[in-house]
Design a protein around this ligand. Sequence first.
Ligand code: ADP
Length: 182
Amino acid sequence: MLLGAPGSGKGTQGERLARRLDVPHISSGDLLRAEVRDGTALGTTARGYLDSGRLVPDDLVFDLVLPAVLAAAEAGGYLLDGFPRSVAQAVRADQLLTRSGAELQRVVFLSADDDLLAGRLLERAAAAGRSDDTAEVIADRLRVFERETRPLVEHYRARGMLREVAADQPVEEVTEAVLRAL
Ligand code: ADP
């Protein structure tokens, strides 16, 4: 599982690593944005949370992400990005995944300081225009990360599952560092 603040490079590294490891890249953010794009009931509910940078309610995220994880685990493995995103999600995911023999093996924390993160997100906003990439929402997403997601670093460290990789290196070097850390 890749753990990191918005802008830390989870999406970019997730795709590269999944290719190298030959497993599916399962991104909760991508799955949620696809639901919004397709106009499903789940997407309609999720949209307001995505656009404001808040976490989507756990039940919705589990309904969407868990089946994908279980199917991938059965087929040989998975690379998770963006999920779990809080200690509550981690505890619940751990119970459900362990029951199916699909539990997380390693967590890689892509560490970066706030200035780098905010800079990258604003650049992406200018280039691509994701609906949650405005300055105000970016600040909120960074706050949500600190409050909800950062505690997972200690959670997984205490379980001996955490590896840390500096995210402020060129893309290729981050990928190699993650593969070494795994
Ligand atoms: P980033 O890595 O830039 O934060 P993501 O694509 O991972 O982008 O997430 C975008 C948004 O999707 C989040 O701000 C949140 O609203 C929602 N989201 C993604 N994963 C989860 C999750 N596990 N639980 C709740 N909300 C989530």
